[in-house]
Design a protein around this ligand. Structure first.
Ligand SMILES: Cc1cc2nc3c(=O)[nH]c(=O)nc-3n(C[C@H](O)[C@H](O)[C@H](O)COP(=O)(O)O)c2cc1C
Length: 199
């Protein structure tokens, strides 16, 4: 089972980095699999630490993958040499236990050394799930056919229209704008109509 989380890390100079990332759990260990190149990977290798943040604020997922908003407030982690989101429902602090290196997608096995709860989970929301799905599509625009992206966004739009609040609408707006920007840049770099539907 993969849980979609926000991973926060700190560079050697303390600069915070925030990235949506899937996490798997194996007992007290968390498995992360960042594709190279990855600032998250570089920061974890250098600091041997990271934090998994559990949040329903889907603007963070959409803001990071669209680069519309990636400087969310962070504070120092309690036990590890890293940072966490200032606002989350809960977080887990991780130390690097093992790096299984790979030229495309290394696997990081991280030991959970500390957990904190900050706020209650208030229930599932379909628009939040739609934004997370949309953010994954946006992070893969370079490899997905345009018609698949359009079909999936049209389906996800139903949950947005029926169940979104302000936060989800903001996040959804960033995603749709990012798709439009991607199409414009393909078109202006000479991408033909065929390429636009084939990429
Ligand atoms: C819900 C979600 C899950 C993601 N999971 C992963 C992941 O497991 N591995 C990965 O490399 N990128 C994942 N991404 C894409 C990264 O967030 C994005 O590529 C990011 O820039 C990672 O690179 P960085 O470490 O340099 O920030 C995910 C994106 C979303 C929206």
């Amino acid at each position: 089972m993969i849980h979609e989380t926000i991973v926060t890390t700190a560079a050697c100079d303390g600069r915070p980095h925030i990235a949506p990332m899937g996490a798997r759990y194996e007992d007290d260990f968390v498995i992360l699999s960042p594709f190279r190149p990855s600032v998250t990977l570089d920061n974890i290798v250098a600091s041997r630490a990271a934090v998994l943040n559990f949040t329903t604020d889907v603007r963070i997922f959409a803001g990071c993958v669209t680069h519309c908003a990636s400087d969310w407030p962070t504070v120092a982690a309690s036990r590890v040499a890293s940072i966490r989101l200032a606002a989350s429902l809960a977080h887990a602090e991780l130390e690097l236990d093992e790096l299984r290196d790979d030229k495309e997608r290394p696997v990081l096995r991280m030991k959970c050394v500390h957990r904190e709860n900050h706020a209650p989970f208030t229930g599932f929301n379909r628009a939040q799930a739609a934004v997370v799905e949309g953010a994954i599509l946006v992070s893969r625009l370079f490899m997905l056919p345009a018609d698949k992206v359009d079909r999936e966004m049209a389906y996800l739009q139903i949950a947005i229209d029926k169940t979104a609040g302000e936060v989800e609408l903001t996040a959804w707006g960033w995603l749709t704008a990012a798709i439009a920007r991607h199409r414009e840049s393909l078109a202006s770099s000479g991408g033909s109509a065929a390429e636009l539907t084939a990429h």
